[in-house]
Design a protein around this ligand. Structure first.
Ligand SMILES: NC(=O)C1=CN([C@@H]2O[C@H](COP(=O)(O)OP(=O)(O)OC[C@H]3O[C@@H](n4cnc5c(N)ncnc54)[C@H](O)[C@@H]3O)[C@@H](O)[C@H]2O)C=CC1
Ligand SMILES: CC/C=C\C[C@H](O)C(=O)/C=C/C=C/C=C\C=C\[C@@H](O)C/C=C\CCC(=O)O
Length: 257
């Protein structure tokens, strides 16, 4: 699937993985609506993107994925500006075991809000033209991160939700593919916050460091490339792409039926 003329919405687009996804989608010819709460970082990135891609193919929308109202307004504005939505990356996420309710609200509920709002615009049953939704989980969506049990729970939930939505979409005829991205450790602001944000489990950060040493640090470019593959390969639906420094593979889940 070529991305020329396609429209993407990326949440958490201002920094880290979201920025890398945004820049790769733009390089591939897409138009991108960048949704984020960090206005300073977003405006700084938009200056860079305007110089590189012009002003017509990007749109920054200040949007907190904890707010249903803000998500709906941002997706509506993106659809009106670019004439529809083809690709959504529900990527915004936080890691904080102290403010764990917020972690759930952003990482899990934000992905659910984004997925359901995206379907309103993309589903062929509601006048959309179909497309693909990529939800960002984590390696912590596949295995336990002892210093971050709530973060781990949100990421496991994103994997399960996304796989179930892929099956529901196929059964319903929405024409929308759902896949989940499971990156390993990536040097971003979120990664750097692990020690200060482990809360009552801060005594376990050594165990996390051992996991970092085991899995290594993966490049942002490799993470973004995995997203591009799941976006452009129209055979991919219900997949979880594990991307670490040493492994890049679609996860094989046990089947009980
Ligand atoms: N850095 C890592 O090692 C890994 C990160 N992830 C996941 O990747 C995603 C992106 O994380 P990073 O790029 O590492 O983090 P980051 O902290 O560098 O960037 C996160 C972006 O999301 C935005 N954001 C945070 N809360 C928001 C909200 N309520 N509404 C809208 N935007 C919001 C931030 O302003 C920021 O621009 C997250 O879902 C994270 O859980 C997954 C695996 C590995
Ligand atoms: C330090 C946290 C920094 C960033 C958070 C980010 O989401 C991240 O990179 C988290 C990584 C968590 C890894 C957690 C546990 C790994 C568990 C192992 O049991 C293996 C997990 C999956 C292997 C999959 C497989 O098929 O073998």
């Amino acid at each position: 699937m070529s991305l020329n003329g396609k429209t993407a919405v990326v949440t958490g687009a201002a920094l880290g993985i979201g920025r890398a996804i945004t820049e790769l989608l733009l390089q591939q010819g897409a138009k991108v609506a960048l949704l984020d709460v960090n206005k300073t970082a977003s405006e700084s990135l938009m200056e860079v993107l305007h110089k590189q891609y012009g002003r017509e193919r990007t749109l920054f929308l200040n949007c907190d994925v904890e707010s249903e109202e803000q998500i709906k307004a941002a997706f509506q504005k993106a659809a009106e500006t670019f004439g529809g939505i083809d690709i959504v990356c529900n990527n915004a996420g936080v890691l904080n075991e102290d403010t764990w309710e917020k972690t759930v609200s952003v990482n899990l509920m934000g992905v659910i809000r984004g997925s359901y709002t995206a379907l309103e615009h993309m589903s062929k049953l509601s006048g959309g033209r179909g497309g693909v939704i990529i939800n960002t989980a984590s390696l912590a969506g596949l295995g336990p991160l002892p210093s971050c049990p709530v973060y781990t729970a949100t990421k496991h939930a994103v994997v399960g939700f996304t796989r179930a939505m892929a099956a529901a979409s196929t059964a319903s005829g929405y024409g929308v593919r759902f896949n989940t991205l499971c990156p390993g450790f990536v040097r971003t602001d979120l990664f750097s916050s692990i020690i200060s944000n482990s809360g009552r489990f801060s005594h376990l950060t050594d165990a996390t460091q051992q996991l970092v040493e085991h899995f290594g640090i993966v490049d942002l470019a490799d993470v973004a490339a995995a997203v591009l593959e799941m976006v452009t390969d129209e055979t991919k639906n219900g997949e979880a792409f594990l991307v670490s420094a040493k492994r890049k593979e679609y996860v094989r889940f046990a089947s009980f039926v």
